[in-house]
Design a protein around this ligand. Structure first.
Ligand SMILES: [Zn+2]
Length: 315
């Protein structure tokens, strides 16, 4: 039987990157469908990458459900956890070596510093405790990511002066002794550095480091990369040429572009989709169970019903 996925005719490489922390909802369906259409229209290929770095909340049952629901919608990919391919593994929890390499590269460039601030320290320094805006707070992740992403508050700079300097050791010894675990590592932004990019859907975007976002976490104390670092390491090593994702990640894109710049890598193109909202105008979250693809499927909705529905989006 012929494959449902034609061989790629162009170098376009897009990706689907669900987090298996819950069932996908209609908003995810829209975004992933857009990613699929753009890859197909470009005659390129689409990669499935499971973003399961939140080890506590990620569940194999949700990963299976995500792939099954997307398949049911008619979305196809040629590389992924269920297919393998030349740029695997396609599961983030198995890609630690890539993240360590990226962390080391940033460290060498002199852009990282270790940060000892606890959540309490940050709350105190920022004045008002604002649970949902702090790393690791429950409910702070809009797309089931492990950290607040675009909501990460501007870092007050407490540990900034401890800029880490590479040890003056000869040869490969230097890299083998460097391990990031046990402390948070932040990327030190240059205050006022402008990040501009042309979003293929939303048009020109402009962010200013130190104003729109501060020094951000790239490695977490508990021993894993942040979303920003993992995303850049994966998109570059998987040769992704265009990233299609929700508009809630625009500021993350600005941070990620800084990581690409520092590492001397060319960022992919970006296409951010407006977010679907509920009838109160609130962004959909995994709590909107009735709008999960799982539940809609069980109630007899078809892919056409879901993709063709006139859903409200953020302005
Ligand atoms: Zn600190």
């Amino acid at each position: 039987m012929a494959s449902l996925v034609p061989a790629p005719k162009s170098g376009y490489r897009g990706r689907l990157a669900p987090s298996p922390t819950g069932y996908l909802h209609v908003g995810h369906a829209r975004t992933f469908w857009t990613a699929w259409l753009r890859a197909r229209e470009a005659g390129g290929s689409l990669v499935m990458r499971m973003e399961d770095l939140d080890l506590e909340r990620s569940k194999p049952v949700f990963a299976e459900a995500a792939m099954d629901d997307l398949h049911w919608l008619g979305i196809r990919w040629i590389e992924g956890p269920d297919k393998d391919g030349p740029y695997g593994p396609y599961v983030q929890s198995k890609r630690r070596a890539y993240y360590l390499a990226a962390w080391r590269r940033l460290l060498r460039k002199g852009r990282l510093f270790p940060c000892k601030c606890s959540r309490k320290d940050l709350e105190a320094a920022l004045g008002a405790p604002h649970e949902s805006a702090l790393p690791g707070a429950p409910g702070s992740a809009s797309h089931g990511k492990i950290e607040p992403l675009d909501d990460e508050p501007i870092y007050p700079g407490t540990c900034r002066q401890n800029l880490w300097r590479a040890p003056q050791l000869p040869g490969p010894t230097a890299s083998s002794i460097e391990m990031p675990d046990g402390i948070n590592w932040r990327y030190r932004v240059r205050k006022g550095e402008v990040v501009e990019f042309e979003d293929l859907n939303l048009g020109p975007q402009r962010f200013v480091a130190g104003v729109d976002f501060g020094d951000f976490v790239v490695w977490r104390k508990d021993g894993g990369p942040s979303y920003q670092l993992a995303c850049v390491a994966d998109d570059s090593s998987m040769r992704i040429t265009e990233v299609v994702r929700g508009a809630d990640l625009l500021k993350s894109t600005a941070r990620q572009i800084l990581l690409y710049r520092t590492m001397g890598l060319t960022p992919p193109a970006f296409y951010h989709c407006k977010l679907v909202v509920d009838h109160h105008g609130r962004r959909l979250a995994k709590r909107h169970d009735v709008l999960s693809l799982r539940s809609l499927r069980q109630r007899g909705f078809t892919p056409m019903n879901i993709l063709g529905a006139d859903l409200p989006v953020e302005p």
